[in-house]
Design a protein. Structure first.
Length: 269
């Protein structure tokens, strides 16, 4: 198995751990609707959702009347999404795809979007190049990504000392939430750029410890970090404390938190 194939297999396994579809529906369902509205998705368009997970943005796009393809590296998430869509009487194409090496032809889609998805592909330039390649000239690229300074960006910073080292050349996911970084990835291939920092209110947890334990149980990247230090009780305790402290720091009262994200849209030249 080549290095890249092994890395992708590792990522597939990570996102299949826990229950990401619960995270998407319990916590961040509003993000998909926000992205679909920002992209102006309407009936008859061909739309691709890259790293779609269980369809947080793809399903609202289909509800708007678009012809939607939802692609993701992890088939388990696509299976959940397909069932969720069927419950709403919606028909989408669900396909297993690598965000850094998509199989679609050039200029295939009117809208290409990703909701806290492509940011987790390790090699950012590859992912950005694919987003541009498959979008029609004059088409829309739309992204929602967690910011480095926001809650999820800070959570990844807290987990980093306990995580397995990333592969050479990989970049941290929250960099996709930095407008300057995104600008450097797309360069002059896009125009009409709109980049806005926004927040989603999370009211699911009553305590910081409840947040931490929910992520330990349901969120693949957090599960993977804890597995990496499973044999070290001291490190496990330190990470427990760090994540609970992060939750307390961002607590607006009663466990409510605001998680910052970057909403980015642009037109392909």
């Amino acid at each position: 198995m080549g290095e890249d194939t092994a890395l992708k297999a590792k990522h597939r396994t990570m996102w299949a751990m826990g229950n990401y579809s619960a995270v998407a529906s319990d916590l961040i369902a509003p993000l998909g609707e926000d992205l679909v509205a920002a992209c102006g998705i309407h009936e008859g368009q061909r739309v691709l959702d890259v790293a779609a997970g269980s369809g947080n943005a793809a399903i609202p796009a289909a509800r708007a009347g678009a012809h939607v393809t939802a692609s993701d590296l992890t088939p388990e998430l696509l299976e959940v999404g397909e069932k969720l869509a069927a419950q709403q009487g919606l028909k989408l194409d669900w396909v297993a795809e690598d965000a850094e090496a998509l199989s679609f032809a050039d200029s295939s889609f009117d809208v290409t979007m990703s909701c806290v998805g492509v940011m987790f592909a390790p090699f950012h330039q590859r992912g950005a190049d694919e987003l541009v390649r498959i979008t029609k000239s004059g088409g829309t690229i739309g992204l929602i990504n967690w910011t480095p300074e926001g809650f999820i960006g800070q959570m990844f910073a807290a987990m980093k000392p306990y995580a397995a080292p990333p592969p050479p050349g990989a970049q941290p996911p929250p960099l996709w939430g930095n407008p300057d970084h995104v600008a450097s990835l797309f360069g002059d291939r896009v125009t009409d750029v709109k980049a806005e920092r926004k927040k989603v209110r999370i009211g699911h947890f009553t305590t910081a410890e409840e947040f931490r334990d929910y992520f330990k149980q349901n969120y693949g990247p957090t599960i993977a970090v804890y597995r990496n230090i499973a044999d070290d009780a001291a490190k496990t305790q330190k990470l427990d404390e760090a994540l609970a402290e992060l939750g307390r720091k961002h607590d607006l009262g009663g466990g409510a938190m605001d998680w910052e994200y970057l909403r980015y849209t642009a037109t392909k030249r």
